[in-house]
Design a protein around this ligand. Structure first.
Ligand SMILES: C=C(C[SeH])C(=O)N1CCC[C@H]1C(=O)O
Ligand SMILES: [Zn+2]
Length: 597
């Protein structure tokens, strides 16, 4: 009878989940061994393990099909079967699966080992993205040096990936169809479990766009003041290489010479970190201490033993920051090439947020050890970092001697947060709108670069520093495109982290609507057990329930909403409107004069 069958299903899933834990542990160990030491031998071993595991996955997948789990009463059991009924890329035949793993591996290792020559010394050609090129983008104010680094990086990391990427798209779409999706775009969107997710992120962009356009207009004026109108036009897009970041995804590095009130004392956090002899380890210990202050879980002993927190000097490694769950309840690691600066202080909290999520849901069945949706996993650390970056907290830990807040320092602070958080949204939106078009076939290989730059110009209002052709493939010059990592997760994160932050600040008594002594911009939830317990209750759920349930558990809302972000930045939005009016700045941008189609 049905009851007996459901009981059988329960027993089966328990066994499968334990076996899945072992499989994922083996896969993570093989992937860690390769990405932390990029040798051919480690790559072959990784691909061999991935192939073995895909065969085991396929056997289990066939078994799950023998259960009529759609009729089971237990919601959680049904949800587990539903997740196990999706085989993923393992559905490809062995030879295609192997090829698929190989092309991704080749793109990722090309990205990780790409080098360029120095602008100042053409014979020095060993500059890596981290730390060398990143440092140029954070420090140089020479448009020609920045243009050189931009062009050379896109030539070394982007163009070579074009053919591998085209094959990857083909194979990934085949895998999507074997999982009953039309293409990979629908597969990626299905991870958000709401039928209108793509419309939801479009609507969120409409909500934020007016604020972004005001900020874009103001920054373009300040850059024109600095570099002159031969370099920065009055009404066109902003040249992408002048925004302090290789992808123009965060503009924090131009804060020092574009902030609204330059005469206000500025807290140079990076300088304070260097003056106080900060080390990578100290940054990790401070982040761990923040999480513990919220009554969340301390990093386990294996974390400190197995993590790699500085770039090794004796081998090639994937430096792009990452957090790893080895699915045995004990082994959790971060791998990153930390440099002692404010940007990496934020990244460290971002990665520690992933580890904290792993720790909070490690009691869940393996199949539920995941974020409520991919954006949740990216939002945990950033939410904590919103408190850490408050002037109050930076004073508390001795990283700022800035004077107490007045209206002008508050606008400077909101501006500093805005050129990190607001400007990221159109970039993130572009990256997956581009790939949705590729996976759906509306963007053919001969249109890759043209469509990529059309999106970047129309959404982000940036243009390439030099003309582009289809000899280039600029999208792959961004890690996540070369490494097959979906990006809408970050767009979601930058929206929901403000919903989380607002809820936590109210729980911590740090934010009271309409009470100007308890403003959201000043909130620091440090040491608030009430906030920490609420966060923990949401994180413990993992992916055991649909994400609106998790969102509701912490914020009382069941939808993503830009209202958290817009409330946080409202004073800045008003200031920018007044300032752009005062200077008569053109809002928005006219078509670029650069050629790229
Ligand atoms: C730090 C990570 C690893 Se999950 C990252 O890729 N991030 C964090 C913010 C956006 C995105 C990026 O660097 O592009
Ligand atoms: Zn992340």
């Amino acid at each position: 009878d049905l009851e007996a069958l459901e009981h059988e299903g329960q027993e089966y899933i328990k066994t499968l989940d334990v076996a899945t834990g072992f499989r994922r542990n083996r896969a993570s160990l093989a992937e860690w061994a390769y990405t932390s030491n990029l040798t051919k031998e480690n790559e072959e071993r990784k691909i061999h393990v991935q192939l073995e595991i895909s065969k085991e996955d396929k056997v289990a997948w066939e078994e799950t099909k023998m259960y009529k789990w759609q009729d089971f009463q237990d919601l959680s059991l049904r949800r587990m079967f539903k997740k196990y009924s999706q085989l993923g890329a393992s559905a490809l035949p062995d030879d295609k699966y192997k090829k698929f793993m190989q092309v991704i591996s080749d793109m990722e290792s090309n990205y990780a080992t790409a080098k360029i020559c120095s602008y100042k010394n053409e014979s020095k050609c060993d500059l890596s993205l981290e730390p060398d090129i990143t440092e140029i983008f954070s420090k140089s104010q020479d448009p020609e040096e920045l243009k050189h680094a931009w062009v050379q990086w896109h030539r070394a990391a982007g163009a070579p990936a074009r053919d591998n990427f085209t094959e990857y798209v083909q194979l990934d779409n085949e895998a999507a169809q074997l999982n009953d999706f039309k293409n990979v775009a629908e597969w990626w969107l299905s991870e958000y479990e709401v039928p209108d997710f793509e419309a939801q992120i479009a609507a969120l962009w409409e909500d934020v766009k007016p604020l972004y356009q005001q900020l874009h207009a103001y920054v373009r004026k300040r850059l024109r003041d600095k570099y002159g109108d031969q370099v920065v036009s009055a009404r066109g897009p902003i040249p992408a290489h002048l925004l302090g970041n290789m992808w123009a995804q965060t503009w924090s590095n131009i804060e020092s010479f574009t902030r609204p009130y330059p005469d206000k004392k500025e807290m140079d956090v990076t300088q304070a970190m260097k003056d106080q002899n900060y080390t990578a380890l100290k940054m990790f210990q401070m982040s761990d201490e923040f999480f513990r202050s919220l009554n969340l879980t301390a990093m386990p002993e294996l974390f400190w033993k197995n993590s790699i927190i500085e770039k090794p000097s004796d081998r090639d490694m994937v430096c792009h920051a990452s957090a790893w769950d080895f699915f045995d309840g004990k082994d959790f690691r971060i791998k990153q090439c930390t440099t002692v600066d404010y940007e990496y202080f934020q990244t460290t909290h971002h990665e520690m947020g992933h580890i904290q999520y792993f720790l909070q849901y490690k009691h869940q069945p393996v199949v539920f050890r995941d974020g409520a949706n991919p954006g949740f996993h990216e939002a945990v650390g950033d939410t904590i970092a919103l408190s850490v970056s408050s002037p109050k907290h930076l004073r508390r830990v001795g990283l700022s001697n800035g004077e107490a807040e007045d209206d002008q320092t508050e606008i400077n602070q909101l501006y500093k947060m805005g050129i990190d958080k607001i400007v990221f949204l159109p970039f993130a939106y572009t990256l997956d709108l581009f790939r949705y078009g590729v996976f759906r076939g509306t963007t053919a290989p001969e249109d890759y670069n043209c469509h990529y730059w059309n999106l970047r110009e129309s959404l982000q209002g940036v243009e390439p520093p030099v003309n582009r052709t289809e000899e280039d493939f600029d999208a792959a010059a961004k890690y996540h495109v070369s490494a097959d990592v979906e990006y809408a997760r970050y767009y979601v994160s930058f929206i929901i982290q403000f919903q989380f932050h607002r809820a936590l600040c109210q729980l911590a008594g740090e934010y009271v609507p309409e009470d100007f002594t308890k403003k959201l911009v000043d909130c620091d939830i440090y040491q608030s057990v009430a906030a920490g317990n609420a966060l923990s209750n949401m994180l413990k759920m993992g992916s055991s329930k649909p994400w609106p349930d998790a969102m509701e558990a912490l914020t009382g809302q069941r939808l993503m909403s830009a209202d958290g972000l817009l409330e946080y930045f409202r004073p800045l939005h008003e200031w920018l409107q007044a300032e752009n009016q005062r200077t008569g700045e053109h809002i928005g941008w006219e078509p670029s004069k650069m050629q790229y189609c």
